[in-house]
Design a protein. Structure first.
Length: 210
């Protein structure tokens, strides 16, 4: 299957994308993780993206689209994939269509702004592999280090309250219109994002019919 996960920052779409990918045996392509890796490695693209990421703004389309085009051409995507964090704008969706990508479903994880603001202060992330945790709902085993690679977890700069509010404003103005775009195509599916991780996973798989 070829799937897009939509949702406001902190809605849990990354966690659900990873779980769904494991269930279906297809890769998750997270533009956020790719860009953060480039930032950590000090690449030219990472430096270019840094000023946008740190204030919660969107990375320019030409940078993101180039990353996605290269990634979808890799062999592990031949049987399907999940896109997490792309497209974020209607022009990006149009660019994806222009690549000839035929989507099976677009899932939107629905969570209120108030709930998201409460969640973000508890989020922790592995700077090395990009795995996300939450101190209350999805903690690491020891609460300090990544379960996958052992790296000490950190609080991302863009999880600060004032940045979260800015990111939500950006989401509502530039990304949320994608729901209308894909609803017109007929492949948009809404998933209630309130509850335990397992409950939301069950709703997600039901929405996909798997």
């Amino acid at each position: 299957m070829k799937i897009i996960f939509l949702g406001a920052p902190g809605a849990g779409k990354g966690t659900q994308a990873d779980r769904t990918a494991l269930r279906l045996g297809i890769p998750t392509i997270s533009t956020g993780a790719i860009i953060r890796a480039a930032l950590a490695n000090g690449t030219e693209m990472g430096q270019k993206a840094k000023q946008f990421i740190e204030r919660g703004a969107l990375v320019p389309d030409d940078v993101v689209i180039g990353i996605i085009r290269e990634r979808l051409a890799e062999s592990d995507c031949k049987d399907g994939f999940i896109l997490d964090g792309f497209p974020r704008t209607v022009p990006q969706a149009i660019a994806l269509d222009a690549m000839g990508v035929k989507l099976d479903a677009v899932l939107s994880i629905e969570v209120s702004d108030e709930e998201i603001l409460g969640r973000m202060t508890g989020r922790r992330v592995c700077a090395k592999c990009g795995t996300s945790y939450h101190i209350a709902t999805l903690p690491a085993k020891d609460g300090v280090h990544c379960d996958k690679c052992g790296t000490e977890l950190t609080v991302r700069a863009d999880d600060a309250p004032e940045v979260v509010k800015s990111r939500l404003e950006v989401y509502h103005s530039t990304t949320e219109p994608l729901k209308d775009y894909y609803a017109k195509v007929g492949n948009l599916r809404l998933v209630d994002g309130i509850g335990t991780v397992d409950e939301i996973s069950e709703r997600t798989l039901k929405a996909l019919g798997v």
